[in-house]
Design a protein around this ligand. Structure first.
Ligand code: MLT
Ligand code: MN
Ligand code: ZN
Length: 305
């Protein structure tokens, strides 16, 4: 099986269109050693032809242009994207759904009951899409059971409710429910290998860490290096925790947790905000990650499992 990172950045991308922070300006002007990144999405396939898109980012058209496997190849109208799975109802994970409206048949859409309801009511993308291709919703169970993705033989997923935050527009923003945010275990039924993907992860419990230890690779929340990154740069008033993201540095941070995982687990940070210093390829924070055996996802990164 194959996982391909389509977009490794958090909402806004890198550089962000309206941001003049030292990193966004630096990458635009070529003053820093860093690589631009599109917004948060990965794709998984068992056969290399039909793919499960995980998150539909606002950059989806750019991502399809950069990925031959997702382009039409078999019929007059065609796509390598067979179905879409959503981790949450955030704009950076859902706005791309509108770009898929030219499909000839309803788009299979896998998400929790909570996320499907947000997209029907608060940010009514599925209601809008019903006037175009429409969606075929599939409710992801949160009881630990495995789910075979319809139309994608060999792609088996398992959704896990995570502690994070629903989107700013959600009526549930200040009272998160299980199902507002999930992580997903991607199973290779042929080998038993699995990958854990969670671009938004507010806290790591001992149970979750135990699960991560059994994976061949984990791709986890790399949004912020420090808890007050946005505030210190004068770019926001909310902390990483307020936004449902566990920062990498400091006591109880992501790096401390990842260090407890066995060496056999490939550790990758993904959903990286444009302010995060780990984007600087010759910087001290990147060197600190390398010393712990932690990688930084980039667009086009491919992981076989
Ligand atoms: C988040 O995960 O917090 C988002 O990237 C925010 C956004 O899309 O604006
Ligand atoms: Mn996001
Ligand atoms: Zn910036």
């Amino acid at each position: 099986m194959q996982l391909r990172v389509l977009g490794s950045s958090a909402g806004g991308g890198f550089p962000q269109w309206n941001c003049n922070c030292p990193q966004c300006d630096g990458v635009r002007q070529g003053r820093v050693r860093a690589t631009p990144r599109t917004q948060s999405s990965v794709a998984v396939s068992a056969d290399g032809r039909d793919w499960l898109l995980i998150n539909a980012s606002p950059d989806i058209l750019t991502q399809i242009r950069a990925t031959a496997q997702l382009q039409p190849a078999r019929a007059l109208r065609d796509s390598g994207i067979a179905a879409v799975l959503l981790m949450d109802a955030q704009i950076d994970h859902t706005a791309g759904l509108l770009m898929l409206r030219e499909r000839r048949s309803p788009l299979p859409l896998l998400a929790t009951r909570e996320v499907l309801a947000e997209l029907e009511d608060s940010l009514p993308l599925t209601r809008v899409l019903s006037h175009y291709c429409g969606v075929a919703p599939h409710v992801l169970p949160l009881d630990g059971s495995r789910f075979s993705v319809p139309g994608l033989p060999g792609v088996v997923v398992q959704a896990l409710a995570l502690s994070s935050s629903p989107p700013p527009y959600s009526p549930h923003r200040s009272a998160p429910r299980p199902g507002d945010n999930i992580g997903v275990l991607l199973h290779n039924p042929a080998t038993g290998a699995r990958i854990f993907y969670a671009p938004g992860l507010g806290a790591l419990t001992p149970e979750l860490l135990e699960l991560l230890a059994s994976c061949s690779a984990v791709l986890v929340d790399g949004t912020f290096w420090s808890a007050d990154e946005m505030q210190r740069l004068g770019l926001g008033t909310r902390s990483a925790a307020d936004m449902g993201h566990l920062p990498q540095s400091g006591p109880g941070g992501m790096l401390e947790h990842l260090a407890r995982l066995p060496a056999s687990v490939r550790k990758v940070l993904i959903h990286i905000n444009n302010t995060n210093p780990i984007l600087i390829e010759d910087g001290a924070e990147r060197a600190a990650l390398a010393a712990c055996g932690v990688e930084v996802a980039h667009d086009g990164m491919t992981i076989e499992f």
